[in-house]
Design a protein around this ligand. Structure first.
Ligand code: PGA
Length: 260
């Protein structure tokens, strides 16, 4: 995907997490393929689905004739070798992926993923030609302690430290307040916009402004639905969404896309 500055288009990624097995993933993908042509929004959409690893190839094959692209939910930072259970960026590319989610809060929480690991994963993904969807966001405790800005700045700066963006690569930062994910209780769009400003400023601290404008994009995630998605993307810096629960059925996801 090439992103041009100030375009009106929206990037909407479906994170299926560990919810659908291969058969269920195929069913949702078939249904998405049959319904996607009914989406006629005012803004150009870049839909992406991120199934579990074993469903990447069949889902990619089913969606190949559509505008829906494929992403993975994780990647390892080594290229090949004795790393049981891990998957390389080149393997994701070979499986048809264009995107990869990195540093999701569930991985940070349950798998001990830290900023340094996120940094290494971003590096190999870009080198392989993938566009990383880098998740950042504060926990409830961090927000209550007034640490939100600090956490966002740290996650962006440490995550991207020492990684120059080549002319052909892009990154997507997903702002996901951890305490909102999966709760159905979305935050006010202004609150998300405020965090997006902090992320935007952190990006400007790291790289030339022209690269920030042309090769990076900030999206929102956390209990996004067909009812609330418009509020997040209608003003300011947010140019898309990362959707969990509301992407698990084709009908729900198509409704969400249609609402834009
Ligand atoms: P949710 O998940 O939409 O179910 O809150 C979003 C995410 O974790 O990426």
């Amino acid at each position: 995907m090439t992103m041009t500055p100030h375009t009106n288009d929206l990037f909407i990624a479906a994170n299926w997490k560990m919810n659908l097995d291969v058969r269920q993933s195929i069913n949702v993908a078939r249904s998405l393929r049959d319904k996607i042509s009914t989406v006629h929004g005012e803004r150009q959409l870049w839909p992406v689905v991120c199934p579990s690893f074993e469903a990447l190839v069949p889902v990619g094959e089913i969606l190949s004739g559509t505008n829906i692209q494929i992403g993975a939910q994780d990647v390892f930072w080594q290229e090949r070798g004795a790393y049981t259970g891990e998957i390389a960026a080149s393997m994701l590319v070979a499986a048809g992926c264009s995107y990869v989610i990195i540093g999701h809060s569930e991985r940070r929480r349950y798998l001990g993923e830290n900023d340094e690991m996120v940094n290494r994963k971003i590096r190999v993904s870009l080198a392989a030609g993938l566009t990383p969807i880098i998740c950042v966001g504060e926990t409830f405790e961090e927000r209550s302690a007034g640490m939100t800005d600090h956490v966002l700045m740290r996650q962006v700066i440490e995550g991207l430290k020492g990684i120059p963006l080549s002319k052909t690569s892009s990154i997507i930062i997903a702002y996901e307040p951890v305490w909102v994910i999966g709760t159905g209780q979305a935050i006010e769009p202004q609150m998300a916009q405020r965090s997006a400003q902090i992320i935007h400023q952190s990006l400007i601290d790291l790289m030339p402004q022209s690269i920030v404008e042309e090769q990076t994009r900030i999206i929102y995630g956390g209990s996004v639905s067909a009812e609330n998605v418009h509020g997040y993307v209608s003003t300011g810096l947010l140019e898309g969404a990362l959707v969990g629960g509301a992407s698990l059925s084709a009908t729900k996801f198509i409704n969400l896309l249609s609402s834009l």
